[in-house]
Ligand binder design. Structure first.
Ligand code: SF4
Ligand code: SF4
Length: 356
């Protein structure tokens, strides 16, 4: 009988090999951690060992020179150990408190702000964008850079009622997940179909199956197999565009940006929540997206002034209610905010089962 082939493990590599030695030594034996200042965390182990973490913001999409610079700083001022967070912050770990301030100075001198911890506005997490995904309707990392330039002071200080986690997503699939404030691409017109290409490029049954509202049907157009969209049903979600690029939905005029608030992934203090749409139809105005910045800064300043200490955005809105949220922020409440849509198939494809 043939020998069994061992399974190929291609998941995340073992993290222990990359950890700071003090972290490896004290794995699972930490007594407490505190937050001496914005951007700095201190963990103390049961045996008295300490590890200090310094968090710096980056521009996220970095050239190799910037990455080398960050690594050189790690070699010179830290103990040579770094990690990147999901929000594109870089964290340096040092075991000697005397190394913390020189490390902060080296990072600041090279243009990297220190912050993003506790009740600050952390770096905006963003979806993969043009570099790694084939369907973006905007440049998610550009929106992040433009907005974080405006929110610099909120990153380096801890002055918000609670942590603020923001995200940007460059299509309505929203792989950016839930956030206190989310900036999400919003298509406002059904896809335009290039019928000459559909038969060569798309697997029509997969495209038909993708549509959450069953708006796509196979059709013969000019004697060629193609697809058609029932525009009365289409909710402009863009889900048909990834498996069938000839169903072009990105549009310089009709693809907009929308702002959603009150999402939360964690279970801390209150249950996780889905964010809700509060502003739609903002122009996709690269390279600085000023209209988006105005709305985000307005929501943040009202939240900062009105929320009680340690209320997350969702907790604050829960307490004051949506009518007062719109009143206090001065954002217009329109009929489009009322979720009275009944067009989905029973599940809206919300099942966690994997489908192909
Ligand atoms: S949000 Fe959409 S376009 Fe952007 S990376 Fe995710 S799936 Fe791709
Ligand atoms: S955009 Fe969404 S709703 Fe419209 S046809 Fe494509 S998959 Fe269906």
């Amino acid at each position: 009988m043939a020998e069994m082939r061992p399974p190929i493990e291609s998941g995340a590599p073992d993290p222990m090999q990359y950890m700071h030695p003090v972290m490896v030594k004290n794995y699972g034996k930490w007594a407490f951690h505190d937050h001496p200042k914005p951007g700095v965390l201190r963990h103390r182990a049961e045996n008295g060992d300490e590890i200090w973490t310094v968090k710096a913001g980056t521009q996220r999409q970095m050239d190799v020179y910037t990455i080398r610079l960050l690594c050189d700083i790690a070699d010179k001022f830290a103990d040579g150990h770094v990690r990147f967070t999901a929000r594109s912050n870089i964290e340096y770990m040092v075991s000697d408190p005397a190394k913390v301030e020189p490390l902060i100075k080296a990072l600041n001198d090279n243009g990297f702000p220190i912050g993003g911890t506790a009740n600050s506005v952390s770096m905006i997490s963003h979806t993969q964008g043009f570099l790694h995904c084939d369907i973006p309707g905007t440049d998610a990392s550009g929106v992040v850079k433009a907005l974080m330039d405006e929110l610099y002071d909120e990153f380096i200080n801890c002055e918000m009622p609670n942590r603020v986690k923001m995200s940007t997503s460059c299509c309505e699939i929203n792989c950016g997940g839930q956030a206190d404030i989310a900036i999400i691409m919003q298509h406002t017109k059904p896809p335009k179909i290039n019928h000459d290409l559909v038969a060569n490029v798309c697997e029509r049954p997969s495209v038909v199956a993708r549509c959450p509202v069953a708006a796509i049907r196979p059709a013969l157009v000019n004697g060629k197999p193609s697809l058609e969209v029932d525009e009365k049903k289409c909710i402009c979600c863009g889900a048909c565009y990834p498996p069938c690029p000839p169903m072009q939905i990105n549009d310089p005029e009709h693809s907009k940006l929308a702002i959603w608030v009150g999402g939360k992934n964690s279970n801390a203090r209150s249950r996780p929540t889905f964010h809700k749409l509060v502003v739609s139809g903002l122009p996709n105005n690269a390279p600085r997206w000023p209209e988006v910045a105005v709305v985000v800064k307005n929501i943040l300043s009202v939240y900062k002034a009105d929320a009680q200490p340690w209320e997350r955005m969702a907790d604050w809105i829960d307490r004051i209610g949506w009518p007062r949220f719109f009143e206090k922020t001065g954002l217009p409440f329109t009929k489009y905010h009322i979720d009275d849509w009944r067009g989905s198939r029973a599940t809206l494809n919300a099942s966690a089962h994997i489908r192909f």
